[in-house]
Design a protein around this ligand. Structure first.
Ligand code: PLP
Length: 409
């Protein structure tokens, strides 16, 4: 069987036995190294998506590989009836990188389950003040996950429709209207939940005035400010967490995706009184704090710190942004650049992002159309200058190809 036949065979087997939640697969990858993925034919592809902002240290990073190998040969699981060292160490390291000396952490498996924990924590906190204090204010265009509570918090009505009716405890306000947010928060609000940069919503930064209004409204009404850093966390936008570049400090922070560079983990981190809300029996999950995933996450934090990756990512982010901005005059399709650090969106002048994604894919560059008119780029923090130049060259060619198709149509 040729490698191409093997890839086709894998797709057929997938069609037979995997639920059709993800649409047709775009390629079959066998292995990865740094910023590069290799397909079934051993052909290299430049990965400027990092598995949806997950493999931020690049593929097969030796520090993560070593931590996983060491821990999996030592102890893989005990349940939360017992303590293991990696979970405690990771909680301490998260306290260090948030800068919250009194941080307390609940470990989940992914972004949605970290947010689910945060929503339950906020409702528990609200109910300690008043039985009706359970409502959440979130932003239109947000994405917080696909469990029922996080789906409801997600400000994208089309995603609600197939599962309606939902519980009806979330009010959404525009992502850029501080007055609407202030007006929506009341004494029955237990939390405001938001992203600093909306990732799945199209790489849209939330204005500083909205963040400030959220903090003030939470303080005025005894609600918790929950910042979802599932996509922006772990250096993706510059600092360890995107809120650290703002004037606002949340009560609760959620992180997942890049935390263990590809192993499934999420964390809900709370400070002050918010960290004291949950007691025994309030919340739990069998795999939370798993020693292997926690050991991998500790290795990720060590690597980011030891190799100065926050600083490097900031420099590379500026290079990538500058190169994308230079396309604006030269291609009629390139209209703007938004985002922070290495989470960037190339805005198009027409809803052709899916075509542009496909044109990049034909040229073995992995990026994605995060909105009809926005192409998302999220390369690893370890991306090299040369890789940035190659990727922007491919995008330039792809823009020309897509634009040509549409001027001759
Ligand atoms: C900001 C944000 N929150 C939550 C989630 C859900 O994370 P997961 O898919 O790991 O459940 C995502 C996923 O894209 C996200 O971007």
């Amino acid at each position: 069987m040729t490698t191409t036949d093997a890839a086709t065979d894998l797709r057929t087997r997938a069609d037979a036995h995997l639920m059709a939640t993800y649409g047709p697969p775009r390629a079959v990858f066998k292995r990865g190294q740094g910023s590069v993925l290799f397909d079934a034919d051993e052909q290299p592809w430049l990965d400027f998506l990092s598995g949806l902002a997950v493999t931020s240290l690049g593929h097969a990073h030796p520090a993560v590989t070593e931590a996983v190998a060491r821990q999996s040969a030592t102890l893989v699981h005990t349940s939360n009836l017992f303590l293991t060292e990696p979970a405690v160490t990771l909680a301490e390291r998260l306290a260090e990188v948030t800068g919250w000396a009194d941080a307390r952490v609940f470990f989940a498996q992914c972004g949605a389950t970290a947010n689910e924990a945060a929503i339950k924590l906020a409702r528990r906190h609200g109910k300690q003040q008043h039985p009706d204090k359970v409502r959440v204010v979130a932003l239109e265009g947000s994405f917080h996950g696909r469990t029922l509570a996080t789906l409801e918090a997600t400000g994208q009505p089309a995603k609600h429709v197939p599962f309606a009716p939902l519980a009806g405890f979330v009010d959404h306000v525009p992502h850029d209207d501080p007055d609407a947010l202030t007006a929506a928060v009341g004494d029955d609000t237990c939390a405001v939940l938001l992203e600093v940069v909306q990732g799945e919503g199209g790489v849209r930064p939330v204005p500083a005035a909205v963040l400030a209004a959220a903090r003030a409204a939470c303080d005025a009404h005894g609600a918790l400010l929950v910042v979802d850093e599932v996509q922006t966390g772990m250096g993706r936008t510059g600092p360890f967490f995107a809120f650290q570049d703002t004037d606002v400090v949340p009560d609760v922070l959620t992180v997942a995706k890049a935390l263990a560079n590809g192993l499934p983990i999420g964390a809900c981190i709370a400070r002050g009184a918010a960290g004291e809300v949950f007691g025994p029996g309030d919340h739990a999950t069998t795999f939370g704090g798993n020693p292997v995933t926690c050991a991998a996450a500790v290795a990720v934090i060590d690597t980011i710190q030891d190799q100065g990756l926050l600083e490097q990512a900031a420099t590379r982010g500026r290079r990538l942004r500058g190169a994308l901005e230079a396309l604006i005059g030269s291609s009629p399709l390139a209209a703007g650049v938004r985002g922070r650090g290495l989470l960037l969106g190339l805005e198009l002048s027409a809803p052709l992002a899916a075509e542009l994604e496909a044109a990049c894919r034909e040229r073995h560059l992995v990026v994605n159309a995060v909105a009809a008119d926005v192409l998302r780029l999220a390369p690893p923090l370890t991306v090299s200058r040369e890789e940035i130049d190659v990727a922007v060259g491919v995008i330039t060619e792809a823009l020309t190809a897509v634009a040509a198709r549409h001027t001759t149509d």
